[in-house]
Design a protein around this ligand. Sequence first.
Ligand SMILES: C[S@@+](CC[C@H](N)C(=O)[O-])C[C@H]1O[C@@H](n2cnc3c(N)ncnc32)[C@H](O)[C@@H]1O
Length: 693
Amino acid sequence: MLAHAFSCSATRNSFVWKICSEVTMVLMNPVISKLTGKLVVLASASPRRLEILTNVGLRFEVVPSWFKETLDKRLFKTPHEYAVETAKQKALEVAKRMPFKHLKTPDIVIGADTVVTVDGLILEKPVDKQDAYRMLSRLSGKEHSVFTGVAIILCHEKEDEEIDYQVIDFYEETKVKFADLSDDLLWEYINSGEPMDKAGGYGIQALGGMLVEYVHGDFLNVVGFPLNQFCKKLGLIFSPPGSLTHNSAQTSPQGSPVDTVPPAEPAASSPPGSPIHNGPPDSQGQNIPSASTAHGKQEERGCGEGEVPWTLVNNLSKCSENGEDEPQGTSDPAAPNLTSRGTMQMQNVRENETEDGKEKLSKMIELMDGFKASKVLFTASKLHVFDVLRSSKTGELQAEDVAQEIKASMKGTERLLEACVSLGLLQRTGKEYANTAMSRHFLLSDGPLSLQGYIQHCNELVWPLFTHLETAVREGTNQHEKAFGKSSDNLFQDAYYSRHEVKLRFMKAMHSIAKVSGRDVATAFDLSKYKTACDLGGCTGAMAYEFAKAHPGLSVTMFDLPEVIEMSGHFRPHDADDRVSFVAGDFFKDELPKADVYILARILHDWSDEKVHILLSKIAKACNPGCCVLVSEIFLDEDRKGPSRGLLQALSMTEGRQRSASEYSLLLKSHGFTTAQVKHTHNLLDAILCVAE
Ligand SMILES: C[S@@+](CC[C@H](N)C(=O)[O-])C[C@H]1O[C@@H](n2cnc3c(N)ncnc32)[C@H](O)[C@@H]1O
């Protein structure tokens, strides 16, 4: 029964999907194409929303929101107000997190929340099977409403580097009627597992379709995203009627103020249900700012009605008349892919004249120029451009003043400053240059999150190694000898600690990464039941202090080579916690300090499997059952296709290598540790916690 119902449902739905995707391609792509080149982010982990938006050709990143769906439903007059507020808070949380955690500001963040209502009750996702049964039996034989609240956040960096968040929100309601459902059928459905992650306890696009007698309204709204209304809203935002000459920075298409969330406002602080919109409503009772207002610049008009973007021609040409995905026209992949639909033909269109082609070209240019951009950052940082600008009275200086301060030529300084502006490292008003928020955050030498140390390490050590990349690839070896005239059999003794100033530079580099990532690593897991930790290879102690700060009951021993410990005093924070102590030793040879938690932050990737096993077996010996090892590294994706930061770093490695979370898990398992948790922190380092059996 279930299998039969499923196949019917799947057939019906795939039919709906084919129709939908073809129609939306024709109708919506000009709207979607307005987003080309913008960083669009979906603040939702829902695979259904992802599929709906991918199907219409939208390019976006997925950054699931950390906003906890805990708004008090009683404070909302209607279910849709609740769904809209939740969607808004989800999207704002991501919009506000990304500039700091991902180091980039999105242009648009999309949040959505779907709820099912029946008999005046809001049904969200069931917590267990009984809950699913309660929900589904309540829906049986009745009509209910599905509301999806959607929030579109337009992020706009202002001149002072603060970010404006403009919110456009709306909701869609669809009525769904369930057939009378027997208990047997309900339990069969519940036992399929499908209800558990879905609002109202069913998924209309799959097995749950068999429960449904009729749907009035937008079908995709029930799946989780009201695509049609979303595209209409985009149309209003990016090509509002008569928008060709919009240039007011703060007015909606109707000429009234748009909804702007001040940057300092915490995501959850806006009182639920509070009237946040100032402007007059559109037909759905919502505010619609224009893209020109959102970005402080005019949007170009896209293709007119009769014009069809080439990408659309390509997409359509992949769909045969019977709805199957198969290529049409020429089989030569290099030749233009022409459709048989007369009005849409476009001949002699070269790859770089299409939106898609332009995007590929700009990616190529970014890659080709990447080394120049890095070197501009390294040089401006080494010449203390950011510190010089910060220490001027107004925070601004003209090029000639900067040239004087950094003791460099006027011509060269001006070029450097202009390049910095183009890279978002500086801003210029008239002739005055100033730091951007990003530079103030990461590039001042005494800032709490300064990356200066690591940048100088990249400039002085990594850069020379990469100039010999070709030889490194041909020979499969690191190129220390070629780059620095000295071989490095022992990476630390021969390369990093060969001279005092080199050691200090290396320690500053480790310190800066530990300061930026330490808090997220230290708070990745609940360690409240442990009393003592040992940070093996803890370098300056920055990570150890973060662990002590995050866990009031934990004492942390920082263990490193004697030549490192003797210099760690340089990095001691002024408010140093006396629960952090320092022990000198060699973790391959000496006895390890006793501890409940052994921290290995950026240690294992440096060593061969053989040495990793020596170190892990020493830790395993020192561990009692229940003790644990916390490994923090860049975790490669399981398919080893990213992140590129990890794979690029591997190119200059000596004997070590980068691993995925499951490779670390296996390594630790071979020493009797069971993986308890893996945490992708979205910061520079991830973490895995493994417990001794
Ligand atoms: C890549 S750094 C990581 C520093 C620190 N854990 C962090 O995440 O900021 C590696 C550290 O391991 C230390 N180290 C290398 N070999 C060691 C050994 N045989 N015994 C103890 N520490 C060692 C180095 O001195 C250095 O501080």
